[in-house]
Design a protein around this ligand. Structure first.
Ligand SMILES: *Cc1c(COP(=O)(O)O)cnc(C)c1O
Length: 372
């Protein structure tokens, strides 16, 4: 996709904020714990490679991604730290896992058996690094019973082609006030640990929410995602343990400003009609950029003042109502600070009736990311 470098609309990413968020977490982690920065989905829309580099400066010692291609992207960019792929990779790609020195998640006995067959076929000299995933109540991927895990461990131990590097689980309610389900999952993981005679190098259970609100949990590595980008994992539910610094802003500029008389229609479907003489500004951002149509009626900032988005948001442009005549080229802030006012990702998420995670991932490739 063509990136809009020659248009004023851009995502501005504050890499210093990412570094600080990581650094603040590293400072409060128990001794001997490592922080792996989660940079899946293009670093939650912030840019995977640049985020990863900022995270290293903040003290991250490894990375997690969702898919093989994201891991390869990091390696191709020169990142040499351990990288764990959090979801299942088809065994037919094992040669790539070895070539790029990647660690992979194992969720079933079938995968292990097929992997051994494949590794035999390749005749590998180096072992494949694996992390055993335990499903303690997320219901997504992973071994469920202690017996299943023991079988997997035994199979791994039976061959030199596999290196058991990690054991982990994932919580589904670590960002909630009610801790009962969290505790149930913790107990299940403890039951798994108690039947194992030895443990791998990494035992990890913590996403951002677990790291922030359950810091005493078991494990020696945390998978730090959303909080690194400066966003509260719980949305508005739990208070931040320390101030998280949002890394992303979204800005553009006015490309046209006009005064319309009363009774004029704005945008497709003529869903907005001026009720008096109004100053209407046009901004070059639309739903193709991930600024979704449902954001009609939401406000943006111009010179520190809130301006309503009026009329339907188009594919590439939208219109806002200005309080007064404003110069073409004036900055428009969709997310971020302007003259002491702020529009947060959470506010956008509220308007869209979703979570900021989804908002961050929805920004399209067409918007350039500028790093500072
Ligand atoms: C995405 C993901 C994380 C990171 O979660 P955050 O809430 O962003 O910290 C951690 N672990 C797994 C398995 C994940 O899929």
């Amino acid at each position: 996709m063509a990136v809009g470098w020659h248009r004023p609309t851009k995502l501005v990413i504050d890499t210093q904020a990412i570094k600080e968020n990581v650094c603040n977490e590293v400072k409060r982690m128990p001794q001997g714990t490592e922080l792996f920065a989660v940079v899946k989905a293009n670093g939650y829309g912030h840019g995977a490679v640049q985020t990863a580099k900022a995270a290293i400066e903040g003290g991250a010692t490894g990375f997690c991604v969702a898919i093989l291609d994201e891991a390869i992207e990091l390696r191709e960019a020169g990142i040499t730290e351990p990288i764990l792929i959090l979801s299942v990779v088809d065994v037919s790609y094992i040669e790539l896992l070895l070539k790029y020195d990647l660690s992979v998640t194992v969720a079933t006995q079938e995968w292990l058996e097929q992997a051994i067959e494949q590794l035999n076929h390749i005749g590998t000299q180096i072992p494949l690094k694996i992390h055993i995933k335990v499903d303690t109540g997320m219901g997504r991927i992973g071994f469920i019973t202690p017996k299943e895990v023991k079988h997997a461990v035994a199979l791994i131990a039976s061959t030199k082609m596999l290196a058991w590097e990690g054991l982990f689980t994932h919580f589904s309610t670590a960002d909630e006030k009610d801790v009962s389900y969290f505790e149930k999952q913790t107990q299940r993981f403890q039951a798994i640990l108690s039947v194992l005679l030895e443990l791998p190098r990494y035992v990890h259970v913590s996403n951002s929410a677990t790291a922030l609100w359950h810091p005493d949990n078991v494990g020696n590595m945390i998978r730090f995602g959303i909080a690194m980008y400066g966003l509260n994992p719980s949305g508005r539910v739990l208070p931040e343990v320390y101030p998280l610094k949002p890394a992303l802003s979204l800005v553009s500029k006015l490309i046209q400003v006009k005064e319309l008389s009363v009774g004029e229609g704005i945008g497709y479907g003529n869903t907005y009609t001026t009720t008096e003489n109004e100053w209407i500004g046009t901004v070059p951002i639309g739903y193709a950029d991930g600024w979704l149509r449902r954001l009609q009626g939401f406000s943006v900032l111009v010179n520190g003042e809130k301006c309503e988005i009026v009329g339907r948001i188009c594919m590439d442009q939208c219109m806002i109502r200005l309080p007064k005549q404003t110069a073409i080229g004036t900055k428009v802030t969709f997310i971020g600070n302007d003259h002491g006012e702020e529009i947060t990702m959470q506010m956008v998420a509220d308007k869209l009736e979703t979570i900021h995670y989804e908002v961050a991932c929805t920004f399209s490739e067409r918007m350039p990311r500028e790093y500072k």
